[in-house]
Design a protein around this ligand. Structure first.
Ligand code: NAD
Length: 502
């Protein structure tokens, strides 16, 4: 019996407990189908309770000094370091992540985020202080909004939870977070660690359940001041529409379809290995993953051959084995979706150079899918235009630089992109012309707490990490104090002229 089964998958007002909707929820290890935890979805009454608890905690938390909030976050980082082995094991089991990735990327990256916001909590300042009218001193304050309703996906459960929770609470807000119903474990561990770190009950609440029931109730709750959502573009549209009726602020981090542009002067070995890593990261279930490589014709054949070679070497296996490179996809249902994309591409004339099949033998109990390299697809086809969210890379050739950059911009998404070249002018032109929230030069996928992550176009708006994210969880107040001594304000006379002066 797992911890989730014993304690439930809800954390409300400082208490871990079971959901009461009588609508069952089962968390499964996608590498072998084993049940990890069972509970019921949160009921609407529990969403209300969680929001009430966050609302009650807001007054105290928003009035805590920046130094107090910072100290609590430093303590949280310490608590998370203490349980990092359990975090790694849970993240790996629930999300189907190879333990090497969870150990070297997810968990240390998440803890680094906590330390970054612990520092930033003491640096929230207004921009202007001056006498602009001649008769007033103006100042700007950044204030928290209140209760933030956040919704996260399953691909990086702890990291995305951090991107939602940390800027919100560092700025003095309180939060109700709904993790993906597929991967709630490490988010609950985060909430419990926060409690041990001395963050008051009610500041962080977790409600677990499906988007349709629990997510929708949270987005529509009248006491939620802002909705921060990370997930697919389709659901993001629904969330934005729902939030609009109450004029709630929204922050949307949505899907991606990142291009990977290789110019003919690129370091071929670096680009080929980079394309393999960037397309297979997290089994391709990464919003910034390289999905469309465009390669200038002189390098095209050699690039395809080199990427194919690397992909054939990638080892699928049990997520707990440090030698495993690729874990399963998140679920059998998602694997069917990925497989459907590849089969339709094959039917439409694309060539499957590597993969294009599910994992067999010892892997058949899990939702494994082989690294897949596709050529000869049409730029306008579904496999090139839609987010597949699996270990699938298409490669297409281009002739001149302009064409390569046009193809890179030719999808509705704009989250991230990379350009590979040894020419600084080409690199700068690519950085100028590619419409994406992040452009890497001679690399792809790296992120860092200090720098923003967020999209253009249908990839959404709003930034995670960095000072930009911190500011998004605040509202701006202008305070204007009169410097005029005595009882006469000249502008009052403009409205109603004093007697005898018309
Ligand atoms: P999803 O959109 O299906 O679900 C995301 C979250 O929304 C889940 O918690 C889900 O339960 C909830 N949800 C579903 N329907 C809802 C509704 N009607 N109202 C409120 N909440 C609802 O996405 P997913 O499959 O969990 O994650 C994969 C997607 O997330 C991909 O599209 C990926 O690109 C995107 N993603 C984006 C970023 C980014 O930073 N831009 C990061 C990670 C993942």
């Amino acid at each position: 019996m797992s911890e989730g089964t014993i304690n439930g998958l809800q954390f409300i007002g400082g208490k871990r407990r079971r959901g009461s909707s009588q609508d069952p929820l089962t968390v499964i290890d996608p590498s072998n189908g084993r049940v990890l935890a069972e509970d019921d979805n949160a009921s609407p009454a529990e969403v209300d309770e969680a929001v009430d608890s966050a609302k009650a905690a807001f007054t105290g938390w928003s009035r805590a000094t920046p130094a107090e909030r910072s100290a609590a976050l430093w303590a949280l980082a310490g608590e998370l370091e203490t349980i990092s082995d359990e975090l790694i094991a849970t993240e790996s089991a629930e999300a189907g992540k190879p333990v090497r990735l969870a150990t070297e990327f997810d968990i240390p990256g998440s803890i680094d985020n906590v330390k970054y916001y612990a520092g930033l909590a003491r640096n929230l300042e207004g921009k202007a202080a001056g006498n602009y009218s001649g008769e007033h001193i103006s100042s700007i304050r950044r204030e928290p909004l209140g209760v933030i309703g956040s919704i996260a996906p399953w691909n990086y459960p702890l990291q995305v939870a951090m991107w939602k929770v940390l800027p919100a609470i560092a700025a003095g807000n309180t939060i109700v977070l709904k993790p993906s119903e597929l991967t709630p474990g490490t988010t609950l561990m985060l909430a419990e660690a926060a409690q041990r770190a001395g963050i008051p009950d009610g500041v962080i609440n977790v409600v677990t359940g499906t988007g349709e029931h629990v997510g929708d109730a949270l987005v529509g709750h009248k006491d939620v001041a802002m909705v921060s959502f990370t997930g697919s573009t389709a659901v993001g549209r629904r969330v934005a529409a729902r939030a609009a009726s109450d004029v709630k602020r929204v922050h949307l981090e949505l899907g991606g379809k990142a291009p990977f542009v290789v110019f003919d002067d690129a370091d071929l070995a670096a680009a080929a290995r980079g394309a393999m890593a960037a397309s297979l990261v997290n089994t391709g279930q990464d919003c910034t993953a390289a999905t469309r490589a465009y390669v200038q014709r002189p390098l095209y054949d050699a690039f395809v051959e080199a990427v194919a070679e690397h992909m054939r070497e990638a080892k699928l296996g049990p997520t707990s084995d440090p030698a495993t490179d690729l874990g399963p996809l998140i679920s059998m249902r998602h694997r069917e979706r990925v497989q459907g994309f590849v089969e339709r591409a094959r039917r439409d004339g694309a060539k499957i150079v590597v993969g294009g099949a599910i994992g067999d033998g010892e892997l058949s109990a899990g939702s494994y899918y082989q690294p897949t390299l596709i050529t000869n697809a049409d730029q306008k086809s579904e496999i090139v235009q839609s987010e597949v969210f699996g270990p699938v890379l298409t490669v297409l050739p281009f002739d001149d630089d302009e064409e390569g950059l046009e193809l890179a911009n030719d999808t509705p998404y704009g989250l991230s992109a990379s350009a590979w070249t040894s020419d600084i002018h080409r690199a700068q032109t690519a950085a100028d012309l590619i419409q994406a929230g992040c452009v890497w030069i001679n690399d792809h996928v790296s992120i860092i707490s200090e720098m923003p992550h967020g999209g253009y176009k249908l990839s959404g708006f709003g930034k995670d990490m960095s000072t930009y994210s911190f500011e998004e969880y605040t509202q701006i107040k202008h305070v204007m104090s009169s410097t005029v001594r005595g009882s006469h304000r000249a502008w009052n006379d403009v409205i109603v002229a004093p007697k005898g002066r018309q």
